[in-house]
Design a protein around this ligand. Structure first.
Ligand SMILES: [Zn+2]
Length: 1215
């Protein structure tokens, strides 16, 4: 160690255990002591042996709290001699980090400097530190401890996150515990000053420990080079402010500089405290401010004694004045009404709630909200609601927030409040895109540049005297309602990383990739070939959608001479190319999954793998991981084999082609006769075999639910969507699915035998019985009985519904969707995290399941491949007699893999992947909705206006063309109902009651009851007439199943003038009734546009002849088309159902939110450049369809783990 440090320790500080300090620590300790003196949070992961402890010392700090009381904080510190530098530059032999288990990646040796940020920089510029460009950052324990003790948990978490991300090569240095860097506070020394000395000492230590090879840059806003020179000879150490650092090292990086500028303007709590007077308009005076939170100790004690309740605050999307938490099992859901009671908590925060007295409890309303901006002062804010609404409602425990344990503040996409750009002040309000997030106050010197832009903002603080949270502008995404802007907004809101969406892969990662160019195409290596089972003589083929680029599965099947069947599933051997913990692996792990949007995709792996070397293209040799079975003629498995193979696909077939062969055709389009002849017997045998396998699984209770999606048809050269098409389900889809399900479940069993405590499995817990309430009632209303006691009974009930519904496809579809909604969510898990009886997959009726078949697109599959390889090759090693004796190089690395064997880490990884999957599905859903609104915008716009860009927000002079479709009533609410339009996969509200309370029914509907079938002219007339509402009617709602309107005689008479011959006096709308609706857009600047509907008629027309707007609907009604959004939107409904009390309300709001999401880009139709067709979409995963809500018990865990949830669930993806 350097003499310099030694001298310092002797001279300035004296002995660490100095008498004064010891004396102080014996003083009676105040209440905060216990909370503060907890053991270091940073040591445990290092696994340092206790023998290395040198001696104990104490840090005593006096700190002023927010309430201006002084508390004493004492920390016991065990100084050690073995704190590692965590640098790959370490000159020790062995390197000092080898003495400990290190989880993070090390600081690199190929860097011009290491960065050590101080407290001032960490607090204000945390987002700079989060930028991926900045690497090799040393976070000192000093800073992290201080962030914690001052409740800066968001900053704290962000820094820990950076240190945990292996790509960032950044570490936490436990300087407070290091004998050589520990610094005692001197009498009368300020905390800032002591911490500054501590950092300096750490910097010096690094510099000398690494033998002066790596200069250190200390970042500080408070101290300068001169301040450092005061203490030390500072060779090799440079002190820079953030700005100086950027100017010097990143002079041309505009992103970093812009970020710096906006952060400089951020309003931190510290600033707020210092502001005695503030631009008054935006702030409430302190007399009307929020209540202070209770001290942590009181909150903790209160939760323990059940005086308070702890939970994740969720805000209802379209009643954003209503929030709730799930209390404990006794109390159930607790409602929090209004911003005063919410007390500065934001959606997703972990809060502590105190119940109000029972007299103040309220019943949240169950009507469809009229407007995303809608705010209710209270649930029972008008008499009308009280009379009709409340009798259907349930009074709920109601409370107020008394503390926030964890903030969930995210980067939010927002828009400057309209008109704000004209304000002269520097403070402005922005409206987050998501209506559940409060307006945020930001400081910006030039609001004009923010007008009509989507911007990213962050919340920094929310003082009690401020009506809105304070935040800062981060960056601008682009003009509101432009397609690329709105897509970016979706990606940001779902936490999809910048590297995945823009930057591609790092240079280092690309260097790891095999070479595959035209001149030098990739070829299998002869040595590697000798280790693999050679299946190149087998007839292997793949079946995918047209233009599939990333083919990760292929199949082979043949009848053996003994009458048995040899059946193989071959999956791209991605794990051969992506080594564990390589840069590519780390990036893929972080991405978790490929993200598919309606018009583009963002890959998990570099294209050279996903589209080329790993993709199982035909006529080329490819490495695969194969499962080979020997089956008897009844498709029972006699024998199975797992292992690495080499294959040569004979054909990349498309679904339609395969279906053609299956249907008996000898030749199918775009496939030559020879190939058809070669493949037909395989396809036929495959179908025959898989039908048997499937039938067996169904007999065990496997559920057949709706797998449905819509796809968009784009004009070739941009300029718009030409249509939305339901995907046509073919039998061959089911056959391929069954083959994949079979492979996945067999692999699951295999890896479980090798990794009892850490195999990556996928389970689907049985649903909670009470969640089926709505399904059962809905079915009852149509005379059906649903038995939900087991998956088999449910499957049988659904089958009976289908059989007896007289071909009413839409009814069956909705019933199935309701069943899907009621279910729990399928998720990844580590086998060690729960008992064997919880591994089962309810929806598929399998005891073991995992994801093995899509390693190009899902990281979980890659892990499963590694586990399978380790199992199989481990077996090979112990069994020398096998022909494939030469173990491939992966064995040793996998044998040492910490991850594969560590159940705890595997569980963490599983949760990360669950989170990434969910967000990716949300993004996919949002993008689908975006395009649906675009489509409606196009269709409702007058032809003469073309597809020009509409002005954002209101465009009153535009005349709408009605766009009429057939729909089915999918949900009844207090003031109307929701209609699902199968053809477009859109669900939207129809209001029968206006905001004022007036019941309104379209004249056309009353007339239609008195008339028979209509011709086209009549329908068009009708679609205009719907605008004429008959008011003065009365309404009665039987929630869930029907809504009745009665027309008073006086009203009827008023409208009965001409040839109509009278109006109906009573109209009843029942769940599952068929209706005709006109689809419309509700436009918004700050939020996404949303689709709503107006009622046109009660029945779809019997038949219509030609191709105007109307005809397609009826045809499609009868078609076996599939529903796109239905599942997704209905799963939202399921969320509402998962809590019996919450019932229908939140559904509505969530649905509305979705609808808003759709609108977003509507006014901008110029998405010419971005019309990449979605390539490589795979068939829907039957398994994924069952994924829904989690069981209540695990909900909190889920929500804690995925702090970015917006809607709890999502459902479909692909195999
Ligand atoms: Zn070292």
């Amino acid at each position: 160690m350097s003499a310099l440090l030694g001298a310092e320790a002797q001279g300035k500080k004296g002995l660490p255990l100095d008498a004064d300090f010891a004396a102080v620590s014996r003083l009676p300790l105040d209440a905060d002591f216990a909370a503060v003196s907890r053991p270091s949070l940073f040591m445990h992961h290092l696994n340092i042996s206790p023998t290395a402890i040198m001696h104990k010392t104490e840090n005593v700090h006096f700190r002023k709290t927010n309430k201006n009381t002084v508390i004493k904080r004492v920390r016991e510190v065990y100084l050690r001699t073995d704190i590692p530098c965590l640098s790959s530059q370490c000159p020790m032999n062995p390197p000092c980090h080898e003495r400990v288990k290190v989880e993070s990646s090390l600081l690199t040796s190929e860097t011009p400097y290491y960065l050590i940020p101080d407290y001032s920089v960490s607090l204000r510029y945390v987002e700079l530190l989060e930028q991926e460009e900045l690497t090799n950052i040393i976070f000192s324990e000093t800073i992290l401890q201080r962030l914690q003790s001052e409740d800066k948990s968001r900053t704290y978490k962000s820094l820990r996150q950076v240190a945990k991300d292996p790509r960032r090569r950044s570490v936490v240095f436990c300087n407070e515990h290091c004998e050589d860097t520990h610094v005692e506070r001197e009498p009368n020394e300020s905390i800032e000053h002591r911490d500054w000395r501590a950092l300096l000492k750490s910097a010096l230590w690094y510099y000398s420990h690494l033998q002066r090879q790596v200069p250190i840059i200390l970042l500080s806003e408070q101290f300068s080079q001169a301040d450092a020179a005061e203490y030390f000879e500072i060779e090799g150490i440079t002190v820079l402010s953030a700005k100086q650092y950027l100017n010097q090292y990143w002079p041309n990086n505009s992103v970093l500089h812009e970020l710096f500028d906006s952060l400089k303007e951020a309003i931190l709590e510290e600033d707020v405290k210092n502001q005695t007077q503030e631009s008054g308009a935006l702030r409430k005076s302190s007399s009307t401010g929020y209540q202070e939170y209770k001290p942590l100790s009181e909150l903790e004690a209160g939760v323990k004694s059940e005086r308070f309740f702890q939970g994740v605050l969720k805000v209802r999307a379209n009643h954003r004045d209503q929030a709730f938490i799930r209390g404990n099992a006794n109390i159930g859901e607790i409602v929090i009404m209004g911003s005063e009671y919410r007390n500065r908590a934001v959606h997703g925060d972990v809060v502590v709630v105190e119940l109000l007295n029972k007299a103040s409890w309220v019943a949240p309303s169950t009507h469809i909200s009229y407007d995303p901006e809608e705010v209710h002062a209270a649930a029972d804010d008008n008499d009308e609601e009280r009379s009709t609404g409340r009798r259907h409602r349930e009074i709920k425990p109601t409370g107020r927030v008394v503390g926030v344990l964890t903030r969930n503040w995210q980067p939010y996409v927002a828009t400057l409040q309209e008109g704000s750009e004209k304000d002269s002040g520097s403070f402005h309000l922005v409206l987050p895109l998501s209506p559940i997030i409060p307006k945020i106050r930001i400081r910006h010197h030039d609001p004009k540049v923010l007008a009509n832009q989507r911007i990213v903002v962050r919340i920094d603080s929310w003082p009690t005297n401020s009506q809105y949270p304070n935040g800062h502008y981060v960056r601008s995404i682009g003009p509101v309602h432009e397609l690329d802007t709105e897509i970016s907004a979706i990606l940001i809101e779902h936490g999809i990383s910048v590297s995945q969406t823009t930057q591609g892969f790092s240079e280092g990662s690309l260097k790891e990739m095999p070479v595959n160019t035209d001149e030098n195409p990739w070829k299998p290596d002869s040595k590697e070939l000798s280790r693999r089972r050679d299946l190149r003589k087998h007839t292997v083929f793949s079946i995918d959608p047209p233009n599939c680029q990333d083919i990760d599965d292929a199949i082979s099947i043949r009848e053996l001479e003994n009458g048995k069947i040899e059946f193989g599933v071959h999956i791209a051997d991605v794990s051969f190319f992506v080594k564990e913990n390589s840069l590519t692996d780390l990036e893929a792990r972080s991405r978790g999954t490929t993200v598919y949007l309606s018009d583009r995709r963002f890959d998990m792996l570099p294209k050279v793998l996903s589209e080329q070397i790993c993709s199982l293209r035909h006529h080329v040799d490819r490495y695969a991981m194969s499962v080979m079975w020997t089956l008897d003629s009844e498709a029972n498995v006699l024998d199975s084999w797992f292992g690495r193979t080499v294959i040569r696909s004979a054909c990349e077939m498309e679904y339609e082609q395969a279906q053609g062969l299956l249907n008996g055709k000898d030749v199918v389009p775009n496939l030559d006769a020879k190939t058809c002849k070669q493949l037909k017997p395989s396809v036929v045998l495959l179908a025959k075999t898989m039908r048997k396998v499937r039938a067996r699984r169904m007999a065990n209770g496997g559920l057949e639910l709706e797998s449905s999606e819509v796809k968009f048809k784009f004009k070739e050269e941009g300029g718009g969507i030409t249509d939305i098409l339901p995907k046509q389900p073919l039998e061959v889809h089911q056959i391929i699915e069954e083959a994949m399900v079979m492979a996945n479940s067999h692999v699951a069993k295999r890896i479980y035998t090798g990794f009892r405590d850490s195999s990556m499995l996928r389970h689907h817990p049985p649903p909670i019985e009470s969640h089926f309430k709505m399904l059962i009632r809905a079915a009852e209303s149509r005379g059906f009985t649903i038995d939900t006691s087991s998956n088999l009974s449910l499957a049988n009930s659904l089958r009976e519904c289908a059989a007896k519904s007289q071909g009413d496809i839409e009814f069956v579809r909705l019933i199935k969707t309701m069943a899907t909604m009621a279910m729990s969510e399928a998720s990844y898990m580590s086998s060690g995290s729960c008992p064997v009886n919880e591994y089962a997959h309810y929806g598929l009726a399998l005891d073991f399941y995992t994801h093995f078949t899509s390693p190009i697109r899902r990281y979980a599959d890659l892990v499963v491949h590694r586990q399978l390889t380790a199992c199989v090759e481990g077996e090979l090693l112990s069994n020398k007699t096998t022909a494939l004796s030469a173990p491939s190089s992966t064995v040793s690395s996998l044998a040492h893999s910490e991850l594969l064997k560590n159940g705890f880490k595997m569980e963490q990884l599983a949760e990360h992947l669950n989170y990434k999957n969910r967000e990716s599905k949300f993004a996919q859903k949002d993008s689908t909705e975006l395009f649906q609104t675009l489509f409606i915008l196009q269709r409702t716009r007058r032809q003469s206006e073309g597809t020009g860009l509409g002005s954002a927000g209101k465009d009153g002079d535009e005349e709408e063309v009605p766009y009429v479709e057939a729909g089915i009533i999918s949900e009844i609410r207090e003031n109307g109902f929701f209609v699902f339009v199968p053809r477009l996969g859109i669900k939207g509200p129809v209001y029968l009651k206006e905001k004022s309370g007036d019941v309104v029914v379209p004249l056309s509907v009353l007339k239609s009851l008195t008339k028979g079938t209509k011709d086209k002219g009549e329908l068009q007339q009708q679609s205009k007439e719907h605008l004429v509402n008959v008011s003065g009617c009365e309404m009665d709602t039987d929630l869930m199943t029907k809504i009745s309107i009665s027309v008073p005689a006086t009203v009827a008479r008023e409208y009965t003038s001409d040839k109509d011959g009278g109006l109906a006096r009573n109209v009843q709308f029942r769940l599952f009734d068929k209706v005709q609706v006109a689809l419309r857009l509700k436009k918004s600047l700050a939020h996404r546009h949303s689709i709503y509907m107006t009622l046109i008629g009660l029945e779809p027309p019997k038949s219509t002849a030609d191709g105007l707007t109307l005809p397609s609907t009826n045809r499609l009604f009868k078609q076996k088309g599939s529903v796109g959004q239905q599942l997704k939107q209905d799963e939202v409904k399921r969320i509402a159902q998962q809590d019996p009390g919450l019932a229908k309300l939140s559904e509505r709001e969530l649905i509305q939110q979705i609808r808003q999401g759709q609108e977003e880009a509507t006014t901008s139709l110029k998405y010419t450049k971005s019309n990449k067709k979605k390539a490589g979409k795979k068939q829907p995963d039957p398994e994924e369809m069952y994924s829904q809500t989690r069981a209540e018990s695990s909900l909190y865990r889920l929500m804690d783990a995925f702090d970015r949830f917006r809607i709890i669930e999502s459902s479909e993806t692909e195999v």
